[in-house]
Design a protein around this ligand. Structure first.
Ligand SMILES: [Mn+2]
Length: 247
């Protein structure tokens, strides 16, 4: 049985091929997977667990079917779905993770997170991140009626896309200092995260100790998953039939 990691699917009704590929991925993996870790930004927008949006309901139902078949499912919130909460977990059978969590896989301690906490060069983003993750901000947001939340989320999404386009490449990537600090603080040799969409396995040696940082890819032209089983770990690419990207 394998442990699977995915992130940054950014599921949205405007890209039905990606949603369909994800639902097929769940079906295909359900009987061969012991645990699925979703490391944030599963959804492009999330305005609350009480949103009756049919696209979201469809995904929640598929996740419930998946966990009912047997695998465990864990969810670390990303910046787009930072207010996913308890109701989502009850409905899907997934369990929420802290922003950074250490798990043990085949005798290896592995740090998992969404990864946005590592992008410390981007001060403006970090300020936004702290606010969006604060219980008070979340409570205020969730107290708004759904149409107001929707309006605000669209505004934030447009701003985030515009801001990111203006920022230099190295500002929006992880900071090497933040990565080194995370390895040391959590006493791990492996970390897995998403957020930057720069799918790659980084190997380095620090004081003759290997450090491995695995960055998950997004699901745009292709899907991306990290599979870890007794034979080791590997990044896998999933084909998305773009011809299906209309509905
Ligand atoms: Mn993200």
């Amino acid at each position: 049985m394998a442990t699977l990691f995915i992130s940054d699917l950014h599921l949205h009704p405007s890209r039905p091929a990606v949603t369909n590929r994800f639902l097929r991925f769940l079906e295909e993996s359900a009987t061969t997977t012991s645990a699925l870790y979703i490391l944030g930004d599963l959804f492009e927008v999330w305005i609350g667990d009480d949103d009756p949006d049919p696209h979201q309901r469809r995904i929640i139902k598929a996740l419930r079917q998946f966990t009912d078949t047997g695998p465990e499912c864990f969810f670390a919130r990303g910046n787009r779905d930072v207010i996913i909460g308890r109701r989502f977990c009850t409905e899907t059978g997934a369990r929420l993770l802290e922003a950074s969590t250490v798990i043990e896989l085949y005798n290896t301690r592995v740090l998992i997170s969404h990864g946005d906490e590592l992008c410390t060069h981007d001060r403006a983003y970090q300020r936004f991140r702290r606010r969006a993750r604060s219980p008070m901000w979340q409570a205020l947001f969730l107290a708004l009626p759904l149409p107001a939340r929707n309006y605000l989320a669209q505004y934030l999404r447009r701003r985030s896309i515009a801001d990111t386009a203006l920022k230099p490449e190295d500002i929006i990537d992880v900071s090497q200092q933040a990565v080194a600090d995370a390895f040391a603080e959590h006493r791990v040799t492996v970390m897995i995260h998403g957020h930057t969409h720069r799918c790659k396995i980084h190997n380095q040696e620090v004081f003759s100790k290997p450090q491995i940082r695995i960055v998950l890819g997004d699901w745009h032209e292709e899907g991306s998953t990290l599979r870890w089983d007794e034979s080791g770990y590997r990044l896998e690419t999933l084909t998305i039939n773009a011809g299906n990207n209309t509905e």
